[in-house]
Design a protein around this ligand. Sequence first.
Ligand SMILES: NC(=O)c1ccc[n+]([C@@H]2O[C@H](COP(=O)([O-])OP(=O)(O)OC[C@H]3O[C@@H](n4cnc5c(N)ncnc54)[C@H](O)[C@@H]3O)[C@@H](O)[C@H]2O)c1
Ligand SMILES: O=P(O)(O)OC[C@H](O)CO
Length: 352
Amino acid sequence: METLHREKVAVMGSGSWGTALAVLLAENGHDVALWSYRQEEAEAMAAEGENREFLPGIAIPKSIQITWDCEKALTGRQAVVLATPSSYLRSTLQRFKGHLERGALLINVAKGLEESTLQTLGQVIAQECPEHQVAALSGPSHAEEVSRKIPTTVVASSASRAAAERTQGLFMNEYFRVYTNPDLLGVELGGALKNVIALAAGISDGLGCGDNTKAALMTRGITEIARLGTAMGADFHTFNGLSGIGDLIVTCTSMHSRNRRAGILIGQGKSLTEALGEVHMVVEGVYTAQAAVKFMERYHVEMPITRTVYQVLYEELPIQGVMKNLMEREKKSEDLSWHLVTEHQVRWQEER
Ligand SMILES: NC(=O)c1ccc[n+]([C@@H]2O[C@H](COP(=O)([O-])OP(=O)(O)OC[C@H]3O[C@@H](n4cnc5c(N)ncnc54)[C@H](O)[C@@H]3O)[C@@H](O)[C@H]2O)c1
Ligand SMILES: O=P(O)(O)OC[C@H](O)CO
C-alpha cells in the first residue's frame, strides 16, 4: 500500500459509524478529531477509551481528540466527515458551518433523504455550505465489521474527480478498499433507499417467510430503486455497484443491520415504537420511507415494496397483509434492463 498523505480530519458524529471511521482514519495515520453531539457521550468515550453505547469492544486510539465543542473539532481541519443520522444533518451543519475552514472538503457518510425538502443529503450540504466541495462515502459497510478490520469495499463519490480521489486516498487501506464513482446522485439514492427494502426483508423474516421471498425482495427492491434513480437522472449502472446492489445485499442479510432487525421485530408483531426502542441505534429506513413515497409520486414511478413498508409503518397495514399486497398485484413484465426496455419492445413488435 502506498504511503498515505497525512491530513487533519474532523469526524462530526460519534455514533457507531462515526466512531468506526474515526478509528480507521487514525490508523491510516491521519490526525483525527471526533465530535459528539452529546457532552456525556464525548466524556464517556474519553474516560473509557471506547464507545460502549454504540460500538462496544473497539479501542479508540489515544491520538483521537474527542470533543463536544464544534470549534475545537473543526479548527485547522481540511477534511470533515459528516456522520450524524440524516435527520440531524442540516441542524448539525447549521450549528457548525461558521467554524469550517475555507476550502474544507465535506464527506457525507450518512444515508437518507430529507423529507421536508425532498433533497438528497448532498443537496442539503451544498445548500448549507455552498463554498465547499461535497463527497459521499457509501457501500456495504457495517461499523461492527469495519472496526474489526474485516475486508470491506465502498465507493467515494463526488461531482469533482479530485474530491472523490482525495476521499479514496483518505480512507483506503489493506482492509478498506475504496473505489471512485462520479454519480453522486445514484450513490446517495442507492444508500438511502436500500434501508427501506431492508425493513421489508426483515419483515419477511419476522413473518417466517423464506429465502425465496428474501431473494425476490432484494431483486425487485433494486429494480424499484433503479427505477426512481434513473427517473431522477442517476446512472442505471450505479445501482449494479457497491452503493446499490452491494449495500442492499448486506443490509438485507446481515444481523448487524439496524433496518433489518427493526423489520424482523415489526414482522413478529412489535409496534414501530417498540422496534425502534429495542434496536436503540438509528433506523434510517423508517424516515426514508416517508421521503421515498413523496419522491415516487413526484417522479410518477411505482415502488411497491417501498410503498408497502410505508403502509405498515404509517397507515396501519396489518402485518399479515404485507405479502398479499405484494404477491397479488396485477401481472407485470420483468424490467431488469430498465434502459433497454424500449429496445426489447421494438424487437417484440418486429417479431409479431
Ligand atoms: N452504523 C453503520 O454501520 C453505518 C454504516 C454506514 C452508514 N451509516 C450511516 O451513518 C449515519 C449515522 O449512523 P450511526 O449508525 O453511526 O448512528 P448511531 O445510531 O450509532 O448513533 C447515533 C448518533 O446520533 C447522535 N445524535 C442524537 N441526537 C442527535 C442530534 N439531534 N443531532 C446530532 N446527533 C445526534 C447520538 O448522540 C449518536 O452519536 C446514518 O445515516 C447511517 O445510515 C451507518
Ligand atoms: O445497519 P443498517 O441497516 O442501518 O445499515 C448500515 C449500513 O448502511 C450498511 O452499509
